[in-house]
Design a binder for this molecule. Structure first.
Ligand code: HPA
Length: 275
């Protein structure tokens, strides 16, 4: 079946169950799923039940779509994301974002847990994503272009909307959160980086590294969605620490920042531009 037809069928299934039209999509990263619990009168759909959706196989990712009101904003939250390293194709990884586009979502917030490439970006700190570097060669836009979504060659000069970034900075400052701003490097995983790779990414201009987000952002930009990205720095990158790295540690940091992270996102959503 053609990709566009799969997106239509999945979107139709979701639309049948929802009782509002979501304007904002939110992707919650590793250990950062708690915000979904704040959604009022949620309609919750398991990824398993949606035609052509893949399930999340990673600990810390629930695999549920939550639709409802959050801070007076109709939202569609992906509680748990899909990663390329899970063995999925890029089309499968970004399928939920394409459904969001088809369902009329206008903007996207992406969050993730990331490793630091720079001593100034410490575990527990939040980082507003200013730009990214894609180290994975495969693009979600490779193959037949869906012209009704966006152009064959899409512009990436301002993937993380400048106006929304300013808004996010104001919200962080009002809450007394010391949020950094930096460049996110997308590595394929699932192995963590070597110390040399971490050094290389720092030299290239990166501040944080992770295994997600960029495919979703490229797809959202292609579809004309405004994007905000926030990383939770979960650990120092390999070589900037003397301990081996373990996924449990990353989930734990997500728990530690849960309150401030939720408060920041709620504040940003409250102030989100009305049109
Ligand atoms: N590297 C890649 N992905 C990550 C890391 C890391 O150090 N921490 C959390 N996700």
């Amino acid at each position: 079946m053609e990709l566009l037809e799969k997106i239509r069928r999945a979107s139709a299934y979701i639309e049948e169950q929802m009782d509002l039209s979501p304007r904002l999509g939110i992707v919650l990263g590793s250990g950062l799923g708690a915000l979904a619990e704040q959604v009022k009168d949620p309609v919750v759909i398991s990824y398993d039940d949606i035609p052509h959706f893949k399930s999340s196989t990673v600990e810390g990712h629930s695999g549920r779509l939550v639709i409802g009101m959050l801070q007076e904003m109709p939202v569609m939250v992906l509680q748990g994301r899909l990663h390329y390293y899970e063995g999925l194709s890029m089309d499968q990884v970004v399928f939920p974002i394409r459904c969001m586009k088809m369902l009329g979502v206008e903007s996207l917030i992406v969050t993730n847990a990331a490793g630091s490439l720079d001593a100034e970006y410490q575990p527990g700190q939040l980082m507003l994503i200013r730009d990214h570097i894609k180290m994975v060669t495969d693009s979600p836009l490779r193959g037949h272009n869906i012209d009704s979504f966006g152009p064959r060659f899409n512009d990436m000069s301002d993937p993380y909307d400048k106006e929304i970034r300013e808004l996010a900075k104001q919200c962080a400052s009002q809450l007394g959160i010391d949020m950094k701003e930096g460049v996110y490097c997308y590595m394929p995983g699932p192995s963590y980086e070597t110390a040399s790779e971490v050094r290389m990414l720092g030299i290239l201009g990166g501040h944080a590294v992770g295994m997600s987000t960029v495919p979703e952002v490229i797809t959202a930009c292609h579809g004309g969605l405004k994007v905000l990205g926030i990383s939770c720095i979960a650990n120092m990158g390999t070589g900037l620490r003397d301990q081996p790295l373990h996924h449990d540690e990353i989930i734990q940091v997500g728990e530690q920042v849960r309150k401030s992270f939720t408060a920041l996102l709620e504040s940003i959503i409250r102030s989100w531009p009305k049109v």
